[in-house]
Design a protein. Sequence first.
Length: 344
Amino acid sequence: MSPYFYIAVAVAVALISVVAMGLFGGGNHMPVDGKTILVTGATEGMGRCAARQLAAKGANVIVVSRNVTRLEETVAEIKSAAKNPQTQRFHYISADVSKPDYARSLIAEAVAWNNGKSLDIVWCIAGKSTPDFWFEAPLSLSREQMDINYWGSAEMAHAILREWCAPDAPVVPEPKHLIFTASVVAFFPVIGYGPYSPPKAALRALADSLVQELEIYPQNVKVHVVFPGGIKSPGFDRENQTKPEITKIIEADDPVQTPEEVASKAIQGLENGNYFITVGLLGSFLKWGAMGGSPRNSWIVDSVLGGITQLAWMFALPDIYGKIRKFAKQNGHPSSYRNKANGV
């Protein structure tokens, strides 16, 4: 994208940031000192940096990936970064998140290692991008991308939420945190990411659904979605091997961040209590416009009504969430809903 794009948006960001800092300050919404955190995709790139930075903040960290050798190297690295090396604990679990039914046994192993205590935070970072034109590539590529980029996180969410929100799970003031890692292409799909952008957009939709569902449970669980852009990592190098040339042309002026920077900004967004977390100016702009980058039936009418719709959500969302909360008060724990429907 043109440099003029960033100049124009930078002015808006500066103004919005000044207002936002005044309105939404209020301490750390996700303290990690002494907490136990599970991170998937933790042996390279953003995942490895996030695990190290969380350890530096005092967290006990369980790292998940397939390669045992790299897991051992990662554990040694995050140990060396520990804030409280005498008391913090670190562990690794080898698992392939693209395989069906992997998550329940993994969570059970993690809880057993954590002395039978439930995890405090689960961060799903494992993912893979193999760019190509969607219908030129074999359909098996899209299935593979869906398995790792959507189901890898969705299965983990299903397993951990069933534990955190079970009828006998404790209700405590301090929330648990489930963190998905999507991509800016979930806001604006770019040509060449046909196999990759649908699962990332599906993650965004899943998160929106879960936020609503969690309103009817008494337990305090927060969902977050991180939307990185380009990251200088081994995964990015592999991605460029199959990336169509037109994709490279469109992305030519897009920033590529270091894994350290992306992890740091993601954690900052989590500590700020944000739901959708972008880690750069481009991602923020795409987020604001996402609803957004799709072709219009009428460029004038749809664009104008798109802006009006954003204002409408200010009234519609409180109404929807109000109905959800009212229903929860009237009907109790969701585990009883099926029995009520059956007259039991």
